[in-house]
Design a binder for this molecule. Structure first.
Ligand SMILES: CC(C)(COP(=O)(O)OP(=O)(O)OC[C@H]1O[C@@H](n2cnc3c(N)ncnc32)[C@H](O)[C@@H]1OP(=O)(O)O)[C@@H](O)C(=O)NCCC(=O)NCCS
Length: 149
């Protein structure tokens, strides 16, 4: 059974291990623990039968929130975990007073873009050459969603 709960700084090792499974330039446990102790940063971890399955980190300042990162372990993808984590992040941002949420997604990541579009995000900008890959630079799409509707 999937359970989602708030992420704590002492989850950082688990979260970093999940991040390694999702990104080439994964974040260290120290960096994640520091983030989770920073003002305005919050996150959720999804556990499937007590095994870490995914997480989301968000940051909020005044009425704007941002999705910093989201990842589902490869073995657990396409079971609704990313969707569930995003719902939790957006609900917490709304509860904290945010009226809009931003995120960035690489243009070569159509799966993540589909997840965001399905939850009401739309493209509002583009940063050319934002992500550096071995194969070359890739643009970031900036996406935004209003929360008060
Ligand atoms: C993006 C990611 C978090 C999605 O997690 P997930 O748990 O597999 O997502 P869900 O199962 O909740 O998917 C919800 C919906 O998003 C869309 N979606 C998710 N992954 C998709 C994919 N690979 N291709 C197409 N659509 C996809 C679908 O609409 C899906 O609904 P469906 O399965 O009913 O068709 C996951 O693929 C991941 O960790 N990728 C590596 C890290 C990453 O790219 N993070 C985002 C950085 S911006």
């Amino acid at each position: 059974m999937i359970a989602v709960r708030p992420a704590r700084p002492d989850d950082a090792e688990r979260l970093s291990n999940l991040h390694i499974e999702g990104f080439d330039d994964a974040w260290s446990a120290v960096a994640i623990a520091d983030l989770l102790r920073s003002t305005g940063v919050f996150g959720f971890i999804a556990e499937l039968d007590s095994k870490p399955a995914g997480f989301i980190l968000c940051r909020q300042a005044a009425d704007e929130a941002e999705v910093l990162t989201i990842v589902t372990a490869p073995a657990f993808r396409r079971r609704g975990i990313g969707d569930d984590l995003l719902h939790h992040g957006l609900a917490a941002a709304l509860a904290g007073g945010a009226t809009s949420v931003f995120l960035e997604v690489a243009e070569d990541n159509p799966g993540a873009e589909a997840l965001y579009r399905a939850q009401g995000f739309g493209a509002v900008g583009r940063r050319p050459g934002y992500y550096l890959r071995a194969s070359g630079a890739v643009a970031a799409l900036i996406m935004r969603r209003d929360l008060n509707r």
